[in-house]
Design a binder for this molecule. Sequence first.
Ligand SMILES: N[C@@H](CCC(=O)N[C@@H](CS)C(=O)NCC(=O)O)C(=O)O
Length: 207
Amino acid sequence: MKLYGSFGSPFTRRVGVTLLLYKLKHEHVVLRGSIPEELEQLKKFNPLARVPALETDDGMALVDSVTILDYLDQQVDSDILLTPREGEQRTKMLNLIGIAAGAVEKSVSCYYEEGVNAKRPADKVYRPWVDKMYEQTKDGLEAIETLIIGPWIMGDRLSQADVSLVCFWDFIKKHRPESAPRLNCPQLEKISEKANLKPEFSATNPD
Ligand SMILES: N[C@@H](CCC(=O)N[C@@H](CS)C(=O)NCC(=O)O)C(=O)O
């Protein structure tokens, strides 16, 4: 398998961490949409030219981290599975990750609005919209904070909720300016610190 993308993307990183935790043989090919030659390369695997993309051993090109994680889950035995195959726990986990994905999507949108990666001139930024997105990120994460069971998000075992949340949290924290409302998520912060001690997370941490 080949994973295309860079770990600066939280969606790519969660696939990278999952591949390592599942010990699935793969190659990581760094492709950044911001570099024109790499963008052209990326389009071969994703018509939307977004990361991540996964090329499977039988030649499928999969796009979107949700689809890719679903594919990886089908490649491993149930005892190491990060997302339950069925039942209430699965629904709860996917719902929680859905809130987190919404929060990080808003953060990615802010990343393209202001700062060094901004796609829009500073005087063309519509401040109330950007502020609303910072708020949505904060509200989403703080809602998740109230759902954490401990010691990991869904209880005793590290799950896809932790993998996704840690990748999303690390990105959001890194790209959240001082001017944005402060995030009050002490448990998420603790889980991120603990997870980043593991080789699968440290090897994919873009910092
Ligand atoms: N829903 C997608 C989101 C992927 C995404 O937003 N990727 C960003 C990088 S973090 C990207 O490639 N953005 C470039 C673009 O949309 O043109 C997923 O889960 O994979």
